[in-house]
Design a protein around this ligand. Structure first.
Ligand SMILES: CC(C)(COP(=O)(O)OP(=O)(O)OC[C@H]1O[C@@H](n2cnc3c(N)ncnc32)[C@H](O)[C@@H]1OP(=O)(O)O)[C@@H](O)C(=O)NCCC(=O)NCCS
Length: 171
């Protein structure tokens, strides 16, 4: 599944706007059982998936990008706003894991989404995603993590933050 040895491979990673034609590829990526297990996120069926992307594509507060690896669609990185907070998320197709794609893609995305603080929710067991966030400068946000409801599904989450705490500049 994941090869440490391949993490040092260098590929040409770019971001571009999401096109209609990318969605079936994203759909396949999010159907992968290993990815679902890793992200602690169940797959959506095709209709629900397309409806979700229709919604986030028309959300003016959202910023969504397709990740290209050597010109091929390797995944997506997205940002949205909820309850006055800005979040980031990403999903890489399994064929592209372990090549530094997520780290490079998130690094390229951070200057695009300039709002700070920027939050990411991640399953505690998702060590790969936690490492991606840490490599991009995110740190664990203890106050947000402690305020999470106990997980009904048993999957514990942690919250990471990039940038100063809300209101910190005003104090
Ligand atoms: C988690 C995920 C984003 C990682 O993407 P990736 O492109 O393979 O990550 P990178 O190659 O940039 O790896 C970054 C670091 O994480 C480590 N890493 C990545 N996956 C790992 C894994 N499964 N186990 C252990 N370490 C892992 C790498 O070794 C690297 O660390 P290093 O530079 O210290 O060696 C990808 O597996 C994925 O999309 N999974 C399914 C969806 C998901 O979990 N999305 C995030 C939800 S919060």
């Amino acid at each position: 599944m994941f090869s440490q040895a391949s993490a040092s491979l260098t590929n040409d990673i770019r971001l571009r706007d999401v096109t209609e034609g990318d969605l079936p590829i994203f759909f396949e990526h999010q159907c992968d059982p290993d990815a679902n297990q890793m992200a602690a996120f169940p797959p959506r069926d095709r209709d629900a998936f397309m409806a979700h992307w229709a919604k986030i594509s028309s959300d003016e507060s959202a910023t969504n990008r397709t990740i290209l690896c050597d010109g091929h669609v390797a995944g997506n990185v997205v940002s949205w706003e909820r309850d006055g907070k800005r979040f980031v998320g990403y999903w890489i197709g399994k064929n592209y894991w372990g090549r530094g794609v997520a780290t490079r893609a998130l690094s390229l995305f951070l200057p695009v989404v300039k709002a700070r603080p920027l939050y990411a929710y991640v399953a505690k067991r998702n060590v790969g995603s936690i490492r991606v966030l840490e490599k991009c400068g995110f740190t664990i946000c203890r106050e947000e993590t402690e305020s999470l409801e106990p997980p009904a599904d048993g999957v514990e989450e942690v919250v990471f933050r990039l940038g100063p705490n809300e209101g910190a500049e005003a104090r």
